[in-house]
Design a protein around this ligand. Structure first.
Ligand SMILES: Nc1nc2c(ncn2[C@@H]2O[C@H](COP(=O)(O)OP(=O)(O)OP(=O)(O)O)[C@@H](O)[C@H]2O)c(=O)[nH]1
Length: 605
């Protein structure tokens, strides 16, 4: 209700005259006092101004007062706590001790937010500012020049004395940049495709790219990936054992290292059944120098490495015993077997699996145990200019049926596989120098895949060959790096199965299919759980394919240990490191033995 005058106006406006219902208070406009009104009323409640007989204000009302209220910051005990000061030497030794721990791939720095991380980690580059200031102060100007009584710090001192010097310096910087670029290419294992990469960088694309080759790179997929990473405590990076370097997402590793170093990254070398055991073991040995690595074969009834993986996840969960549960995200290239690993761990089909890329569309939560959740992620393909269409297709990241001219990629398959393996797989005579057209023609005639007029169906046959390549029917693998670090990866000299007992795959796969039939399941030897965790919903060792394999021997073990560095400077008791043990040379040798034993057992089955 308004003031008298306003109320009268309202009545007149609305044509309500007389004092009947019009004056009854109804809910709606003007019924309740609003916040502003209440504030005004409260202001008057504090009292009115006092006036003298002449009507002058002697004491202003509180809302009229111009005195500033007394403001004070509430004292805090922390202001007076003892501050600890340590010497530079002590800090240095503390830092180096922590760095030694942190650089060990099987050790984790726990409770990072309770550690003085800014003291431990010296950020290499904070927008260049801090480093730059330190550099000027320490390297280019002496202490005396800068701060002493004869300080001459009037203008910026450049490292060069003349324009020629400056020009020389620029040339040197350019050389270093090129070197770094070359090194990065080598490290990312993409130097083989350097020519095309250069062409693309120059802006001269030789051919138009089919849109299918950009699968796995969309913003949606990357959003899914970041959701998975953000929600996970442990990231399982699934690699294809046939091409671990090609299926390694270095950008994800970098992201984790820089943005989320508290998350545990573990490599899972999946599909080890498709490569010789020696090769799998060599890759495990090589990769575990960087991150903990487990060999795995995903299959609901004939798995390998399942016990070790579950034991490892249990250890991670006990490492974070303060949490209600831990989440484990599975990331990696499409078709590497992320969903299959989840199905294997759960021992039933909980995620859709298909031998084609992009089967998983959105992230998916699966409960493994009360305290361990698994998150499936769609396959991602990190955008890399030097990744050719051919390498993406051969990595299994692209659906072959959507490729327009698949026959053009068969040459690459022939180059990477020994003729004898092609011969054995397709039962046609293949020689060393056979080109793709001749091979496809022979295959088409052998399989009766002819078009109208007796023309061989090149593309149809090419799709068969490429699908067989992706599904592991054609034996191939990337040779692991040698001891001296040479070879291996896409930059290695050959990427084909020249050693080991290859060619057995199709037979073994057939056997796998047989053993997966229900009547065989009951007959399979079963093992007791690897560790006696009470909350296991699935039995880790149960159904492990290989009788001779002792998961406890070859498995990784995470220990929560006091990572006391022995340095006097830092508060060593604060530093708690979690470490994964028993994965050194001995462990790897064990792994070789186990894998070969297991494969022998499988072959003899
Ligand atoms: N031989 C063999 N094949 C495997 C193994 N793990 C997975 N596969 C096969 O690889 C194919 C792809 O498996 P998925 O689990 O769908 O792969 P994914 O990584 O989830 O694929 P996206 O959904 O595209 O991300 C399927 O045909 C599986 O049967 C393995 O250890 N050995």
């Amino acid at each position: 209700m308004g003031t008298h005058k306003k109320e009268a106006n309202r009545k007149e406006r609305q044509g309500k005259t007389g004092d009947g219902m019009a004056n009854v208070k109804v809910k709606g406009e003007n019924f309740y006092r609003n916040a502003k009104k209440i504030k005004t009323l409260n202001m008057f409640k504090d009292g009115k101004a006092q006036r003298n007989a002449a009507g002058e204000i002697t004491k202003a009302a509180s809302y009229q007062s111009r005195d500033r209220p007394i403001a004070r910051v509430e004292p805090n005990r922390k202001w007076f706590n003892a501050t600890r000061v340590i010497s530079q030497d002590a800090l240095e030794s503390f830092r180096s001790a922590v760095q030694a721990q942190a650089s060990d791939p099987t050790t984790y720095l726990m409770k990072r937010n309770k550690l003085p991380m800014s003291l431990i980690e010296e950020k290499p580059n904070v927008n260049g500012l801090k480093q730059h200031a330190a550099k000027i102060a320490v390297e280019s100007q002496s202490f005396g020049d800068t701060f002493g009584p004869k300080a001459q710090r009037k203008r910026v001192k450049l490292d060069v004395s003349s324009v020629d010097d400056l020009a020389g310096r620029t040339g040197k910087m350019h050389d270093t940049y090129l070197e770094r670029l070359e090194q990065a290419k080598l490290l990312s294992g993409t130097s083989g495709d350097a020519d095309q990469g250069d062409a693309e960088q120059d802006g001269t694309l030789t051919t138009a790219r089919e849109s299918i080759f950009s699968k796995g790179q969309s913003k949606r997929i990357w959003n899914e990936l970041y959701k998975v990473i953000d929600s996970s405590d442990v990231i399982l990076h699934v690699l294809d054992a046939r091409d671990p370097v090609g299926t390694r997402c270095r950008s994800v590793e970098r992201y984790l290292r820089e943005e989320a170093p508290h998350k545990h990254l573990v490599f899972v070398l999946n599909k080890v059944d498709l490569v010789p055991s020696k090769v799998a073991a060599a890759w495990v040995r090589h990769l575990s120098t960087q991150f903990p690595t487990l060999a795995f074969h995903a299959s609901i009834n004939n798995s390998f490495g399942k016990g070790s993986l579950i034991a490892l996840l249990r250890q991670f969960s006990s490492l974070h015993s303060d949490r209600k549960q831990i989440s484990v995200g599975l990331v990696g290239y499409p078709n590497t077997g992320k969903s299959s690993i989840i199905n294997t761990l759960r021992k039933k089909k909980v995620c859709n699996v298909a031998p084609i890329a992009g089967e998983t569309k959105v992230w998916q939560y699966v409960t493994l145990m009360k305290r361990i959740y698994l998150i499936d992620c769609p396959g991602i393909v990190p955008p890399n200019q030097s990744d050719s269409d051919e390498s993406l297709l051969l990595r299994g990241s692209i659906r072959v049926e959507n490729v327009e001219y698949p026959a053009q990629y068969v040459d690459a398959v022939l180059k990477r596989v020994q003729p004898k393996h092609m011969q054995r797989t397709y039962e046609i005579k293949v020689d060393e120098h056979m080109d793709a057209n001749t091979f496809l023609e022979l295959l088409a005639r052998k399989q009766g895949r002819l078009l109208k007029g007796g023309e061989p169906d090149f593309d149809g046959c090419a799709k068969i060959v490429l699908n067989d390549w992706i599904r592991g029917k054609i034996p191939w693998f990337t040779p692991p790096p040698m001891k001296d670090g040479k070879g291996g990866g896409a930059s290695g000299p050959v990427r084909e199965g020249r050693e080991g007992q290859l060619g057995e795959m199709s037979r073994k796969r057939k056997r796998d299919d047989e053993t997966e039939s229900p009547q065989n399941v009951g007959a399979r030897p079963t093992r007791a759980p690897a560790s006696a965790g009470g909350d296991a919903e699935s039995n880790p060792g149960d159904g492990d394919e290989f009788e001779g394999f002792s998961e406890d021997e070859g498995g990784l073990e995470v220990n929560v240990e006091d990572g006391s560095t022995g340095s006097e400077g830092g508060d060593a008791s604060m530093l708690v490191a979690g470490s994964i043990s028993s994965d050194d040379e001995e462990g790897v040798e064990e792994e070789v033995l186990n894998i070969s034993k297991a494969l022998r057992a499988a072959k003899g089955a």
